[in-house]
Design a protein around this ligand. Structure first.
Ligand code: FPP
Length: 246
C-alpha cells in the first residue's frame, strides 16, 4: 500500500482536480440508497483534502455538483445540499488548522440560500489562509463558464473597454470562474468512467488524465499517491520534443 512518504514532493502537481464519481453505484452494490453513497463520499473528500494539504499540493479542485446534476431526483439534490452545508459547518476549524483557503466556482447563485450562506461564511473565514486552495465546483458546467466569459469579453469589446486585438489567453483566463488558479496538472476521475463531463475544459488543455476503477467512497490515500506517482512518471512535453525538454 502506498503512503504519502512514497511521493517525491519536489515534483508535485501544483493543481489536482478530481471528478468524484461512483457514489451511487457504491451504494447500490451494498443494497443501499444512493444518498448512502454520497454520505460515505464526504469521508473520502475529507481524507483526500487532508492528504493533498499534507503533501503540499497548492490547488485542489473537486467536482461536487454539476449543472447537469440539477436533473437528479429532488430527494438526492436535497441530500447533497444538506451534506454540503453540514460538512462546511463541521470542517471550518479543520480548514483553518490546516491553513486551507476555501473557494467555490460555478453558478453559486443557483444553490439553495442556506448553502450559499454557509459557503460564503466559510470562504470569508478562510480567505486569509496561505496554504492549499480548496475549490468546490458547485452547479458548475464548463460550457456555461465559457459562454459567460465570451459574453463578458464581447460586452467589453463592444463598449471599447478592451480591443479585439488584445484578446489573448491571459484575457480569457481572467474572465473564467477559475481566474485565481493555474491550469490543472493532474485530473483524476474515479469509478472507471473515462469522460470529462463538462469539467474545466479550457483549464485541462495540458493536464495529465488519470482514470481509476474505484468508486469515490473507496478512494483512499493509497489511490491518491498512485495517481501522483503515475503523474510523476510521465513526461509532460507541452507540444515539444523530448530532446527539447532535456
Ligand atoms: C458522483 O457520484 C458524485 C456526485 C454527483 C456528488 C459528489 C458529492 C460528494 C462526494 C459529497 C458532498 C461533497 C462535499 C464537497 C461535501 P454519482 O452519484 O454520479 O455516482 P454514480 O455514477 O455511481 O451514480
Amino acid at each position: 500500500m502506498y503512503t504519502l512518504e512514497d511521493v517525491n514532493t519536489n515534483r508535485l502537481p501544483k493543481h489536482v482536480a478530481i471528478i468524484m464519481d461512483g457514489n451511487g453505484r457504491w451504494a447500490k452494490q451494498r443494497g443501499k440508497l444512493r444518498v448512502f453513497g454520497h454520505e460515505n463520499g464526504v469521508e473520502a473528500v475529507r481524507k483526500t483534502v487532508e492528504s493533498c494539504a499534507k503533501l503540499g499540493v497548492e490547488f485542489l479542485t473537486l467536482y461536487a455538483f454539476s449543472t447537469e446534476n440539477w436533473n437528479r431526483p429532488k430527494i438526492e439534490i436535497d441530500t447533497l445540499m444538506k451534506l454540503l452545508v453540514a460538512s462546511l459547518r463541521k470542517e471550518l476549524d479543520t480548514l483553518n488548522k490546516n491553513n486551507i483557503c476555501l473557494k467555490a466556482i460555478g453558478n453559486i447563485h443557483s444553490l439553495p440560500p442556506k448553502a450559499q450562506k454557509e459557503l460564503s461564511e466559510v470562504i470569508v473565514k478562510t480567505e486569509e489562509n496561505s496554504g492549499m486552495t480548496l475549490t468546490l465546483a458547485l452547479s458548475y458546467g464548463s460550457r456555461e463558464e465559457l459562454k459567460q466569459a465570451i459574453k463578458e469579453i464581447s460586452f467589453k469589446v463592444k463598449n471599447n473597454i478592451i480591443s479585439l486585438e488584445n484578446i489573448d489567453e491571459a484575457v480569457i483566463n481572467t474572465h473564467l470562474y477559475t481566474h485565481f488558479m493555474p491550469d490543472v496538472d493532474l485530473l483524476i476521475r474515479t469509478s472507471g468512467e473515462c469522460r470529462i463531463s463538462n469539467f474545466l475544459l479550457w483549464q485541462i488543455a495540458y493536464a495529465e488524465l488519470y482514470f481509476i476503477d474505484v468508486f469515490w467512497p473507496d478512494f483512499s490515500e493509497h489511490h491518491l499517491v498512485e495517481a501522483i506517482l503515475s503523474y510523476q512518471n510521465r513526461e509532460r512535453r507541452f507540444g515539444k520534443t523530448s530532446e527539447q525538454l532535456s
